[in-house]
Design a protein around this ligand. Structure first.
Ligand SMILES: Cc1cc2nc3c(=O)[nH]c(=O)nc-3n(C[C@H](O)[C@H](O)[C@H](O)COP(=O)(O)OP(=O)(O)OC[C@H]3O[C@@H](n4cnc5c(N)ncnc54)[C@H](O)[C@@H]3O)c2cc1C
Length: 485
């Protein structure tokens, strides 16, 4: 039986382990942490449970697909579709309900912002068009194999490229189509789904709203961590071997192949090696003497996050699972994140409350608030000072918008910031989504899913093609399993 070693048990590593197992490999996963899931993990304290990383679940079919690749192996994985996906709050008291049903959302916008429902629907159809034109090429295939370019579907995508707004920023496209600043802000926010800046990132990223309005947003029973748990249990049932607290220190190579992975001073041999690590520490630590793909490693990182996990001794009827409290000057907020490498004094605040769906995530009469703002990737900022300032600004924003000073209701607190994200998952500079998608050809410049130097070395996860986020990390695992063939 051929042997495969997977380095890292993030979502991409778990999915790769299952897919290679289904191809008959003996698969061993080595994970530096004592638990699987990487960024997709959970924390708890004082009777509160929090999903520590991802909170928005789209394209559940990608998880289902992995959980069905091996005949006779079954695990439970249940989820509900969200009726109202997100509630948007503005400083002047306007509240827009982001219904998952596109028509209902368009009616809501017409009523609250006086933008015609027809214009909203037209904008959403454009988003669907971008998805239908590009998804197969950009999300399902390796962009770095010549064979990809000799297919009819690729040809069709390329013919339509001039209509995909590659040469304008998301903001320009949204402003032209929607005009109303509040609605433009709402659509610009989708750039943050891959850690980008809507004032720079190409309009093709307007594909993202289609995921919510066209394909739907979901929430797994037992929370986001259930995705990790399901994949992990499925892999174990299928016979994948896991090693935790098992950091791979180095790879040995010979004649264009990786021969072994070093763990606790021992060299473990295998036929195929799959890295689920962020590519930057991978090259720097595991292959220090190899030629580095310097251009790729120097790419701008995506944004990171500052998160306060707050156990709140109160319930808020005005809030749902996903809530956004918008900043008054969105452009300035992104100027701070990407250019000044700091945090604007009036940040957009995201409040995720999983106990709205999963009652056991908080004690009775309480709620588990995951309060996040977008911040720059780590470049040596004084995070202790920034955290103190940001906490004050966030509390003041919540006070202004919800008309409640929540500080006295916080009975549990935990904090995650870029340096901690890097420490816990080895993600370079604590970026959430690997390299940013701010450049128009970013999709083509991400690290490929294979190595140009070593024929049996492959890459999956959010720092390589097709990019960050749960669905894309799962796609990367599928592409890897096809390339291994
Ligand atoms: C705060 C936050 C919010 C997010 N929100 C969303 C969201 O709402 N929706 C969404 O879809 N995505 C979201 N994301 C992004 C999503 O979490 C990631 O894109 C995805 O989980 C990345 O998975 P991955 O496969 O790249 O592995 P990672 O999660 O990056 O895990 C990599 C694993 O490799 C291990 N490792 C590293 N080095 C070694 C080594 N030398 N030896 C062994 N193991 C090693 C690490 O310990 C880690 O467990 C969010 C991320 C964060 C942090």
């Amino acid at each position: 039986m051929k042997k495969a070693i997977i380095i890292g048990a993030g979502i991409g590593g778990l999915a790769s382990s299952i897919r290679l197992k289904s191809k008959g490999y003996h698969v061993s996963v080595f994970e530096a942490n004592s638990y699987p899931g990487g960024k997709l993990t959970e924390i708890s304290g004082n009777g509160f449970r929090f999903d520590a990383g991802p909170s928005l679940f789209t394209m559940p079919e990608k998880v289902e697909e992995v959980l069905s690749v091996i005949n006779g192996v079954d695990v439970d994985f249940e989820y509900d579709q969200l009726d109202e996906v997100c509630r948007y709050f503005y400083e002047d008291g306007t509240v827009v309900k982001g219904w998952g049903d596109a028509n209902k959302f368009a009616q809501e916008v017409e009523e609250k912002l006086q933008v015609s429902a027809k214009d909203v629907m037209k904008h959403l159809s454009k988003s669907a068009f971008i998805y239908e034109t590009t998804a197969e090429l950009f999300l399902e295939k390796s962009l770095h194999k010549l064979s990809t370019y000799f297919s009819l579907s690729t040809f069709r995508s390329f013919v339509k490229l001039p209509f995909l707004n590659i040469n304008s920023s998301m903001d320009k496209v949204n402003t032209k189509a929607l005009k109303h600043p509040k609605l433009v802000q709402l659509f610009n926010r989708y750039a943050t789904y891959n850690g980008s800046n809507p004032y720079v990132a190409p309009g093709i990223l307007n594909i993202i709203p289609h995921l919510e309005f066209g394909k739907g947003a979901y929430f797994p029973k037992n929370g986001m961590h259930a995705i990790t748990q399901s994949l992990f249990h499925y892999a174990k049932k299928a016979g994948v071997e896991f090693h935790f607290d098992a950091k791979i220190e180095k790879l040995e190579t010979l004649s264009g192949e990786v021969t072994s992975a070093r763990y606790m001073g021992k060299d473990i041999k295998a036929d195929v090696f799959v890295s689920n690590m962020d590519v930057v520490p991978f090259y720097k630590n595991l292959l220090p003497n190899s030629k580095l793909p310097q251009k790729i490693l120097n790419q701008e990182r995506s944004s990171s996050a500052l998160i306060f996990y707050w156990g709140i001794r109160k319930e808020f009827e005005s809030l749902i699972l996903h809530n956004i409290l918008f900043s008054e000057n969105y452009k300035e907020e992104f100027e701070y994140i990407f250019n000044k490498k700091s945090v604007y004094h009036d940040p957009t605040v995201y409040i995720n409350i999983s106990s709205k769906h999963n009652k056991k995530d908080a004690p009775k009469g309480c709620e588990n608030w995951f309060v996040m703002i977008n911040v720059p990737a780590d470049s040596g900022q004084q995070w202790d000072d920034l955290i103190t300032t940001c906490k004050r600004n966030i509390l003041s924003k919540i006070h202004r918008i919800l008309k409640v000073d929540i500080s006295s209701f916080i009975e549990y607190e935990n904090i995650l910031h870029p340096q901690l994200i890097q420490n816990k998952t080895s993600s370079y500079k604590g970026a959430l989504y690997g390299s940013s998608s701010n450049k128009k050809m970013a999709a083509f410049f991400r690290h490929p899913n294979f190595s140009n130097q070593y024929s049996n070395l492959f890459f999956c996860g959010g720092s390589v093609h097709p990019g960050g986020g749960i669905p894309l990390a799962l796609s990367s695992a599928k592409i890897v399993s096809e390339l291994v063939d």
